[in-house]
Unconditional design. Structure first.
Lengths: 136, 136
DNA sequence: TTTAAATACTACTAAAAGGTAGAATTAAAA
DNA sequence: TTTTAATTCTACCTTTTAGTAGTATTTAAA
């Protein structure tokens, strides 16, 4: 019941850049301030660049910057990119074939939190991380 | 954002047995009705036996049965057993060092669904699966 | 024009989760 | 007492996720 590491890292990276949106950030800086292994970070950065969250500048004095305004990148966008989302139809037990007449003891209780989580991911953008300055 | 397969299977197995609590169930039957690979199922059954959810009878005419009343086994118990729980302190981004004065855009929104999920797992017992007869 | 400092690419290794194979053990039925 | 049908044990294989290594490419500064 958790996000995968790549998603977590990606959100932290993007949030940090959103919070310091004027400069260009290079991999060394990001790796050190966010405490993410350098090689793993560059791999994620390349994925974020390819999937158009980030614009990268190569060569000396290069680095990374956001590709669009902070309020146009939702957490859901990021999670989708790393196949780490919760669908409305998702069944906790991985069955999903039951209907109203025969459901397990979790079915109804799962509806509400699932909706809240979905809404949370859809309605939160990088803009909501601005000024937050949460640790690491 | 999902349970691991072993947990899911374990819950399905225990629920099924709870629903048919008079008989002894053997691995072949469980594997076939619940559509869980036989060898994987027996592995899980042995774990469930060792962790005292299940009492097994070995030898010919052997099988499995619940070790205690259906209302004394919560879903949380099962998840704990397979290291698949959500703790109240758990942070979505795996940081968890932030406090009230500096929190990210998800922190407050995560509180409510997390509580609901925890409550759901703690308050649901195998008894709540009785008579449900959900598919597979 | 060379060098330094950055990203990108290719390919691999490590750990965890998911799953399988085969033999050993147990105990009732034949 | 032998056979059969069940669980258990040990050891392995496969897939996915996480992470690392080394080299190639790019570009601006020196
Ligand atoms: S009833 Fe339970 S098992 Fe069936 S789809 Fe709903 S949550 Fe899943
Ligand atoms: S503020 Fe965000 S990152 Fe920090 S502990 Fe809360 S949820 Fe986790």
């Amino acid at each position: 019941m958790r996000l995968n590491n790549t998603s977590k890292y990606a959100i932290r990276i993007l949030s940090y850049i959103a919070n310091n949106n004027q400069q260009l950030h290079n991999a060394k800086e990001l790796s050190e301030t966010l405490d993410i292994p350098y090689k793993f970070l560059t791999k994620i950065m390349t994925e974020l660049t390819k999937s158009n969250f980030i614009i990268s500048t190569r060569g000396r004095e290069g680095g990374y910057t956001l590709s669009r305004p902070t309020d146009e990148i939702t957490i859901m966008d990021v999670l989708q990119n790393f196949n780490d989302i919760i669908y409305q139809k998702d069944c906790l037990l991985g069955i999903g074939k039951c209907d109203g007449s025969n459901k397990c003891g979790l079915h109804d209780q799962w509806v509400k939190p699932k909706k809240l989580i979905k809404k949370m991911f859809e309605n939160t953008t990088l803009n909501d991380f601005k000024g937050s300055n949460f640790k690491i």
